[in-house]
Design a protein around this ligand. Structure first.
Ligand code: URA
Length: 484
């Protein structure tokens, strides 16, 4: 029997080091005991000498997709997680394509753990509420949160980026995450009592929540599924929920009575033509994404809202594995209120279908959610969004990514990639690459479908379209690998 001592609950480096050694010596998974946080010493302690190393021709080849999976799984609270990962690892000797067998019990257990880690990280991002604490050196912010799994290190960069100018600490039973505006540090955890009670920011939260609460969209079951009651005691706005629910019917009736005036005739005609699909969307259960979509409808983060008809938010299933990101809505999208339904959308639809991708299973959105244009007579000519507009709108794209948690994002063109990678990029240099993104996400770079529309030469158009479909076929292959 071999005992492996890992330094801490999420010691991925320690696991990898030990697992490689054990696999190289062909130690069977059943002969390994994984322990966490015990007295320092040799990583491995074996009752008997390790067997001799195995022959070089049986060298272990680990699929690339295993690494992000294992990085997520080590954060799970199951005590069996390291044994499961090592078992999967040793099976790669004889089953190199194991990860593609979704029904395999080990693979599906690991995928389930990965999903619940994603959900737990999302809950932490959504439900941490800071309390202000005045100190001699200025205001400090403290929050208490109890995650289900060991996700603190994984969730922390989001708070660092989002609350960069604030000094804050998030305390959990296991870890204190501390940000001093420059460095992210991790210390020992604490107790709920260590975090002060009410402060002035609580009132702000309550006012905000009461204002964004839409009584017409109230679905109590969906709401409690998304915001489980166990988080309520840390949420100042939770105290309002019972009274908001109680008054929802009355407020919804008031909203119907005060319905807005009719949209312009052209807009109306398009709505009638697309009516069935719009109705179908309105019928779906309210989810987090619906709530963010509603918030985005009133977005004033940059001046583009002033001339556009409406915010064009992303659409598609919240559980989609793949997200397509375009540049900004065009003339038609602005009127209909949905992404990629105009001429570029038609090129996109035909190309994805030819590549074997089902658009209905993907989440489709844009880097910028309002149409930017220049009036030319009766026409509205597309104008490229600038860096500030892309930056302002990244707020919404980041929310969509956090909520959908796609495993692959396809950036269509330079603006999408600039927003995703947070820097200007040359599409010619990136095209066709799968780029590693934060939190184990992969971004694939290709051109925007409107590039094909702009090509004047028919032969060139045909060739470039074929290249675009080839790119999408590679995406389709990756989707199949992920589903396998
Ligand atoms: N171009 C885009 O980038 N997005 C759309 O939705 C339409 C055209």
């Amino acid at each position: 029997m071999v005992t492996v001592r890992l330094a801490h609950e999420t010691d991925f480096a320690g696991f990898r080091h030990a697992a490689r050694r054990l696999a190289a010596h062909a130690v069977p998974p059943a002969d390994v005991v994984w322990r966490v946080g015990e007295a320092a010493g040799d990583l491995l302690s074996a009752d008997e000498p390790l067997p001799p190393p195995i022959a070089a021709e049986r060298e272990l080849r680990v699929p690339r997709l295993f690494v992000p999976l294992a990085e997520a799984v080590v954060c799970h609270s199951s005590p069996d997680r390291f044994a499961l990962l090592y078992r999967i690892l040793t099976r790669f000797f004889v089953e190199p394509r194991l990860l593609q067998i979704a029904t395999d019990p080990d693979v599906s257990a690991a995928r389930r753990m990965e999903k619940s880690i994603g959900r737990d990280v999302h809950k932490m991002h959504a439900f941490v509420r800071f309390r202000a604490v005045p100190t001699d050196e200025g205001e400090r912010f403290v929050a208490w949160f109890e995650p289900e799994h060991f996700i603190e290190e994984r969730a922390a960069p989001f708070f660092r980026d989002r609350f960069a100018p604030m000094h804050w600490t998030i305390l959990t039973p296991r870890v204190a995450i501390v940000w001093d505006t420059e460095t992210l540090a991790f210390g020992p955890g604490g107790r709920r009592e260590d975090v002060p009670g009410e402060d002035a920011t609580e009132d702000l939260w309550r006012t905000y929540y009461a204002n964004i609460f839409n009584p017409a969209r109230l679905k109590v079951k969906a709401m409690t599924a998304e915001m489980p009651k166990k988080y309520w005691r840390n949420l100042p706005e939770a105290a309002l929920i019972p009274s908001l629910i109680a008054g929802a019917e009355r407020r919804a009736a008031g909203m119907i009575a005060a319905a807005p005036t009719l949209p312009p005739a052209y807009h109306d005609r398009i709505r009638i033509r697309d009516g069935e699909r719009i109705e179908a969307m309105a019928d779906t259960e309210a989810t987090d994404l619906d709530r963010v979509r509603e918030e985005a409808a009133g977005c004033r983060r940059c001046p583009l809202y002033a001339n556009a008809t409406q915010t064009v938010f992303g659409e598609g299933p919240q559980a989609a594995d793949v997200m397509f990101v375009g540049e900004q809505p065009g003339d038609r999208e602005d009127l209909v209120g949905r992404p990629f339904v105009g001429p570029a959308g038609q090129v996109f639809d035909e190309a994805v279908t030819e590549a074997g991708i089902d658009r209905a299973r993907c989440y489709v959105t844009n880097a910028v959610k309002h149409f930017k244009f220049e009036p030319r007579g009766k026409r509205r000519l597309h104008k490229k969004p600038n860096g500030g507009e892309i930056e302002a709108c990244r707020w919404w794209l980041a929310k969509e990514i956090t909520l959908v948690q796609p495993r692959l994002i396809v950036g269509l063109g330079g603006t999408a990639l600039q927003s995703l990678l947070d820097r200007p990029v040359k599409i010619t240099e990136m095209r066709g690459q799968f780029l590693e993104f934060r939190d184990g996400l992969t971004v694939f770079a290709t051109v925007h479908p409107s590039f094909l529309l702009r090509l004047p030469d028919p032969e060139m158009k045909r060739l470039e379209r074929a290249r675009f479909v080839d790119d999408l076929k590679r995406v389709a292959e990756r989707i199949a690998e992920m589903a396998a």
